[in-house]
Design a protein around this ligand. Structure first.
Ligand code: EPS
Length: 383
């Protein structure tokens, strides 16, 4: 990212999570609810595990906001881990307890083995604590701010789950008159699915996975309305908006694939059925009908609805574990079992929304940027 930068720190069962966001313009009016609402949305969803009953994530503002407005200086946030109370000894910064039991059996699919070998650890907890999706709490908290800035400029982000395991939603996002309506429907569903029949089947499939000590993944779709033409650029690989979105999505734990618009489906279509024909009228200017491009052509936003599909693998902590090998004894054993979720696709779609906000806000600041919201308003007004 060029205009916005962020860093997070924090272990899943450590004291808390901290984050710094640099590059937000001054003068954006913000309230605590803007952040905490996103944190609460991330915690919901059918298939979440016991941890979500322990935490009630709330962000504390340490720097960068004064009297309800951003200062243009780095914004620092803090979210405490309530569960730390139960982990204080195992996560002590200074002293290893004499009775401490290290984790020595890696879970296939998790960062455990590669991380332990890479860093030379004999305790896999040193890896799994940071690899855990608990880290996304802070990315959602920070992402709520660029998201709010985008909303200020009439750009709205929404998401829904379009596939869970092999159950596919038949709902078409384009049947909704606007994204607010779509978003409130998705937020009202325990699996963020807009198709009531598929929703019931998805819930049952998660329950089945839980009963069978298994996990399931799926696909969510992100949608963005109100984007101006020309965010990103065709001129260089690292300026292409689709490339930047894909990188952001694959940085999210457990994501395995990203498609823009028709994505992988486009590969099996004729060229005549893969693109969006161009139309023009006085009122709308240039416009398209089909929405196959997903709102990006040549690495630039077209001004049409942006759509991104993201595939998540099933979570790798299995209550009926796969074969593994103890990293100390080198003996075959079943993988380590640790409390986890059965399905986190609905939560991932919320995280995806807030990660997309960083990329889009970064591209917006690149094109219309200024030191303050008022300065950007002046430039954005003639878009
Ligand atoms: C998560 C917190 C974690 C996990 C989950 C996501 O908490 P705990 O490990 O204490 O249960 O529930 O992380 C994973 C699924 C994973 O593989 O790391 C959260 O806050 O989202």
């Amino acid at each position: 990212m060029r205009r916005l930068r962020y860093l997070t720190a924090g272990e899943s069962h450590g004291r808390g999570l901290v984050g710094i966001l640099e590059g937000m313009p001054a003068g954006l009016v913000v309230q605590p609810e803007i952040i905490n609402r996103q944190l609460a949305r991330r915690q919901r969803g059918h298939g979440r595990g016991g941890r979500m009953r322990i935490e009630q994530d709330q962000a504390e503002v340490i720097a960068g906001i004064r009297f309800g407005k951003t200062l243009g200086s780095p914004i620092a946030l803090l979210v405490w881990n309530r569960d730390w109370q139960n982990w204080q000894r195992a996560m002590d910064p200074w002293q290893e307890p004499p009775d401490y039991q290290p984790v020595t059996v890696p879970r296939p699919g998790h960062a455990d083995l590669a991380g332990a070998l890479k860093y030379g650890f004999s305790d896999i907890r040193n890896v799994l604590e940071r690899a855990s999706a608990r880290e996304t709490t802070m990315r959602v908290a920070l992402g709520a701010l660029p998201r709010h800035m985008l909303a200020h400029f009439g750009i709205q982000i929404a998401s829904h789950v379009i596939q869970l395991h092999e159950i596919r939603s038949q709902a078409n996002a384009r049947d909704f008159s606007n994204l607010s309506e779509l978003l409130s429907r998705a937020d009202g569903s325990p699996v963020r699915c807009l198709d009531p029949q598929a929703e019931r089947e998805m819930i049952a499939r998660i329950d089945q996975a839980k009963a069978e000590k298994n996990t399931v993944g799926g696909v969510f779709e992100l949608l963005v309305s109100g984007l101006p033409v020309g965010l990103g650029s065709h001129v260089h690989w690292d300026r292409k908006l689709d490339a930047r979105i894909a990188a952001a999505m694959l940085s999210l734990q457990a994501m395995k694939g990203v498609g823009i618009g028709s994505g992988f489906e486009a590969a099996s279509r004729w060229g005549s059925e893969a693109h969006d024909a161009i139309y023009y009228d006085e009122q709308r200017g240039f416009y398209r009908r089909e929405g196959r491009s997903g709102g990006i052509e040549g690495g630039m936003s077209t001004g049409e609805l942006l759509s991104v599909r993201v595939a998540m693998k099933p979570l790798s902590t299995l209550m009926q574990p796969l074969d593994s090998v103890d990293i100390i004894s080198k003996r075959p054993v079943k993988a380590h079992v640790e409390r986890s979720d059965v399905c986190a696709v609905p939560a991932a779609s919320i995280i995806g929304e807030n990660l997309l906000a960083f990329t889009l806000a970064d591209a917006l600041l690149e094109k219309y940027g200024g030191d303050s919201i008022a300065e950007i308003e002046g430039r954005f007004g003639d878009k």
